[in-house]
Design a protein around this ligand. Sequence first.
Ligand code: PLP
Length: 373
Amino acid sequence: MTDFSRRVEQVSISGIREVFEAAGEDAINLGLGQPDFPTPEHARQAAIEAIRAGDADGYTSNKGTRELREAISAKHARDNDLDVDPEDVIATAGGSEALHLALEAHVDAGEEVIFPDPGFVSYDALTRLADGTPRPVPLREDLTLDPETVEEAITDDTAAFVVNSPANPTGAAQSPADMREFARIADEHDVLCITDEVYEHIVFEGEHRSPLEFSEEGNVVLINACSKTYSMTGWRLGWVTGPTDRIERMLRVHQYIQACASAPAQYAAEAALSGPQDAVGEMVTAFQRRRDVLLDGFDDMGLTYPTPKGAFYAMPKVPDGWVEEVLDRGVVVVPGDAFGQHGEGYARISYATGIEELKDAIEIMDDATRAIR
Ligand code: PLP
């Protein structure tokens, strides 16, 4: 009998998949974590041209093409007022690989990683795969992560904490003051802050700032991706940036598990990052309109929720049996406890779906809510 590793036996296939599989074929899917918009045409064309010219046939440098890393550096100057050396960037297979590199390079066996609960499912799983110990912490009433909660959870065994703003699954966004606090905590306690900013551009209220901007001691690494911003989830292109010595350690992992990010995707990403940004604004406007329609629907249903300020998720409190009732009636939503124990009593509803479908789903959710009240 094959003996599986202890690490892999500690993780299971995400609960979100199970919900999808339980739903009928005609179900309206409000469970998806990807934008329903096309990848911008100029990004697609850049990949096609690179393939036709034979430029994307071989390995690139382990860190990614110089041109892509320069485009990422220019993006950080433009959007974050950050001076990023292209040498301090690794292009990765999505934000997922970047998270994996950060944990693999910084967590020793048994060391603790603090992350939001409810939070993105990979934080727990990737911590376990790095042989670390997950330390999920509860959120404020508005579903943001309180820097004080993080600071209190730090022990001598803490290797890192994860900040995610705007957040999956809550749609919550951290204030600039919180982001500054996270940088201070990382510096003062000498623990790593991993800031997951894949939803950076999908914000409706407030200003997105990065803890990396406020970091003074080199204890912050930033993760981002083209996946959500440019509707490029299938391309698998993200990146990590941070202090040179940390990038060098993460490169050791990346070199052996990935060699380099997919070359055609690197060409597409370079074009997406440096070309016209109109598609991003149009997508955000559409998401905001859908969010407002959804929140009006929750009001009519009598559901309470913190107003989501970004990403494309809402997380209302729902009565017992609500998720199952909604699913039975043909709308897929994800139970909050799929994202951690403190998600219990909530549901994650993605509005990365067309407005007409969303309106149909709201009617069905409304009927389901009445039926179980
Ligand atoms: N971080 C968060 C918060 C996410 O929601 C996701 C994807 O859903 C990722 C990272 C990973 O994104 P990618 O598709 O770029 O690997």
